[in-house]
Each structure stands twice: as structure tokens, then as C-alpha cells.
Ligand binder design. Structure first.
Ligand code: PGA
Length: 261
């Protein structure tokens, strides 16, 4: 069964109380998630335990925004997969553009996190995407290729079903971001499918690829209809529960009319 993937990362915005209230509202709007849809929420670390309680029985998947690359050790300030699992986390987001470009994380570090997460049976959402300069220099696909091959280095084919990719062009994310044209997204997602296929064959082509970056109520239906887009990863437009719900409904209805459904 093909699935539609939808999710949000609330970055460093919602505190614990706001996260729990957000989940409460979301559950009111979405009492039941369709079987062929995976909905995930990625709140702040300090909200995880409360969020897990608030999500019980909802079918929504709880994720963490980052993770250290070891299970334990002298890594002040880091959080291990074992600790994340204690809070109910099932999914970990790795390599968001803000981690790479503001906090200076490298492909090598993302790779260590990916391997450690998979070893501990956490699902991985690996974020990739080119900067504006790389796009303008015609380097987008080369950047994606190197981020994917480096980020997934040593991940065996047997573990690849635990990975999802979020394609988020750096220049499309946040207040200053502009969403790319559908044709541009199609080309990048097609390139990603090809790279994953080269690396992992049939299993690689099945890895879900979500689009993220300035997704909103107006463009979400168009974006989900772009070939090779398996879901949407949303920031600002998802942080109001009712608005997120409206986007989810529209996207799901549209997706159900597509041949991939
Ligand atoms: P945005 O954020 O939807 O607010 O552009 C996307 C992201 O950072 O993943």
C-alpha cells in the first residue's frame, strides 16, 4: 500500500504547554488518521515526554529534531537515541538545513547520526537540499547526490526501509524563502529517486521523498501532485492546528485522485 507522508517540525518555537495544546487541537480536528497516511510531529526536546502522552492513541508519530551520534559517552549537551526512545520518540530528523548551515553540521556527522539512529530502530528523516548559490551554479543535483551518498554511507540495503528523505532547498525555507516551481521540484525529486535507486535498487526507489520549504494552503495541492513527491514536510503553515488540518485534508483528497494512491 502506498502511503502519503505529512509532518511538521516546530523548530524552537512551541514550548511544552503550547505543544500539548497544539496536539489537543490537532486531535480534535483529526480524530482518525487514514490508514494510508503517516502523520508525524517533531516538537522541541523538552516537549517530547508531554507530547508522547498527549499523542497516545492518536496514530501520529512522534519525532525528535536532532540526535547525538553515540548511544552514551562524554558528549556534553547531546542526546542519545536511547534517551529519545525513553520519551516515546520513533523518528529522528537529521540534517535539517538550519543544522547544516547555521550550526555547521557536516555530511559526515549526519551520516554518523543516521547509522546510530537506524541501529537503534529509530526511523530517519534525512533532510537534503541545495543553497541558492549551488542552484544558480547548476549544482543542485550534484549536491543532492553527495548529500545522499555521504549521509547514507554504510547504511545496508536491509535498513533502507527505515529512511525517509526530505528535499528542502535551503532558499525555499522560512520567512525569506520562495517555493520553487513544480517543474523544478519534479526534476530534483526524480534525481533523488534515481540516486536512491542506483544505491539500493528497488528498495531505494521505495524510499519516501517529501518536499519541504514554504509549503502553504495555496500551493500544497499542487505540490503533492508533482511526480515523485511522496509527502510534504511543513514548517510555519502547520503550526496552527486548524490550518494544518485544512492543508492535510486538501492534500489527502488530492493525493487520493492520483495514480500513486
Ligand atoms: P517552512 O519551513 O515551511 O516554514 O518554510 C520548512 C522547514 O524548515 O522544514
Amino acid at each position: 500500500m502506498n502511503k502519503l507522508y505529512m509532518g511538521t517540525n516546530t523548530k524552537m518555537y512551541k514550548n511544552r504547554e503550547e505543544t500539548v495544546e497544539y496536539i489537543r487541537e490537532l486531535r480534535e480536528w483529526i480524530p482518525q488518521i487514514p490508514e494510508n497516511m503517516e502523520l508525524f510531529l517533531i516538537p522541541s526536546f523538552t516537549s517530547l515526554e508531554s507530547a508522547d502522552r498527549a499523542l497516545q492513541g492518536s496514530g501520529m508519530v512522534l519525532g525528535a529534531q536532532n540526535m547525538g551520534w553515540e548511544e552514551r559517552g562524554a558528549y556534553t549537551g547531546e542526546i542519545s537515541p536511547l534517551m529519545l526512545k525513553e520519551t516515546g520518540v520513533k523518528l529522528v530528523e537529521i540534517g535539517h538545513s538550519e543544522r547544516r548551515h547555521i550550526l555547521g553540521e557536516t555530511d559526515g556527522q549526519e551520516n554518523r547520526k543516521v547509522l546510530c539512529a537506524l541501529k537503534n530502530d529509530l526511523k530517519v528523516l534525512l533532510c537534503v537540499g541545495e543553497t541558492a548559490e549551488e542552484k544558480d551554479g547548476g549544482m543542485a543535483d550534484a549536491v543532492l547526490r553527495s548529500q545522499i551518498s555521504a549521509g547514507l554511507r554504510s547504511v545496508p540495503v536491509g535498513k533502507i526501509s527505515g529512511v525517509m528523505i526530505a528535499y528542502e532547498p535551503v532558499w525555499a525555507i522560512g520567512e525569506q524563502g520562495t517555493p520553487p516551481e513544480a517543474g523544478y521540484i519534479r526534476q530534483r525529486h526524480a534525481a533523488l529517486k534515481e540516486i536512491l535507486g542506483e544505491l539500493y535498487g528497488k528498495a531505494g526507489r521505495k524510499v519516501p521523498i517529501l518536499y519541504g520549504g514554504s509549503v502553504n494552503e495555496k500551493n500544497a495541492e499542487t505540490l503533492i501532485a508533482v511526480p515523485y513527491v511522496d509527502g510534504l514536510f511543513i514548517g510555519r503553515s502547520a503550526w496552527d492546528a486548524e490550518r494544518f488540518y485544512r492543508i492535510i485534508v486538501r492534500v489527502y483528497q488530492k493525493w487520493c485522485t492520483l495514480p500513486v494512491c
